[in-house]
Ligand binder design. Sequence first.
Ligand SMILES: *Cc1c(COP(=O)(O)O)cnc(C)c1O
Length: 393
Amino acid sequence: MKSDKHEKRQKKRIATVVTQAGREPFEHFGFVNPPIYRGSTVLFPTVAELGTPSQPYTYGTKGTPTTRALEKAWSEIAGAEDTVLVPSGLAAIALALLTATKAGAHLLVTDSAYAPTRFFCDGFLARFGVTTEYYDPAIGADIAALIRPETTAIVLESPGSQSMDIQDVPAIAAAAHEKGVCVILDNTWATPLYFPPHDRGCDLAIEAGTKYLSGHSDLLLGLVSANAKWAKRLRHTFNLFAIGSGPDDAALALRGLRTMALRLREQERAALDIANWLAARPEVSRVLHPALPDHPGHDIWKRDFSGSSGVFSIILKPASEAAVAAFVDGLELFGIGYSWGGFESLVLPFDCTSYRTATKWQAEGPALRFSIGLEDVADLKEDLDAGFARLTS
Ligand SMILES: *Cc1c(COP(=O)(O)O)cnc(C)c1O
């Protein structure tokens, strides 16, 4: 439901909107943030009012004022009609796919997708007669040739996990809509702050709130936002599963939201500084960061995105496994771990050959993914510099 306040905020810039969206202090005695409403049962004053729309809340699984505050805020930020919250980013992907799939359906999924997205399609949806076909992330408008009468959804992720391939989202969305196919985007890297998913033609957009929305590595959360065409179907599927996220997690996410623009801006700046520094290192073969002009998707990135976040990858020049382990294991400030988007820097060795099927992952050396946190860039460079000494010694 869009209020006057919402319309007014539409004219404000995103850093302002994240501080305002979803807050209704005078519904909560003037307190700036909504309280944490814990609850299963919701009481109705009379039998006549049971199950009628006279009350906005009917049962805990369908949401509380705390979860609704985050849903509303996210819808406003993403330019969506509605948003639902689920317990993880992967649950968000699963819910989006279940909203836009039926028995016998054909799905088109980018070969650069987050690997667990593939596992859900191949390991779960396949049991219900859903066929998944993987496509080259660089396909653009040529996706039209792969769409079959039974195709129900196309899954995009831009940039793709680890490999950082940029996709032509508007071109793929246009081809999909010509044939009535749902467009699902995993927008975790850019977030709606840097890529407005629904303005670019996506029907359903996923955010792993675990990453930049949380920002503090202390929360698991997923969000699925929908445009007007898909909002009802998304909410309906969500209610069938009763797979909501709890009020404590929503409150943590709302807390993260208020500093999200600030954190992203700083992590963007730091990541670009370090990416450029790495590109000049003799030990590095290539830096995969879409904001660098030599990235193959740079022109599309410049056209469609308003910024870059703190995650990028590099390909080292050929080096032994032991040398790479010495580089990574000895880093003081970079943790080794999955996930990303927190205040602390991370590094992760990866190899896409183990799961890619439609395209060949061609790396001339070992590959590393970095998530740049909020440390001082000079300290991060010193840490990496010492790492390079271990790599080459
Ligand atoms: C981390 C991640 C997810 C999954 O989020 P979880 O909350 O960890 O389940 C989905 N998509 C992308 C691109 C991710 O990086």
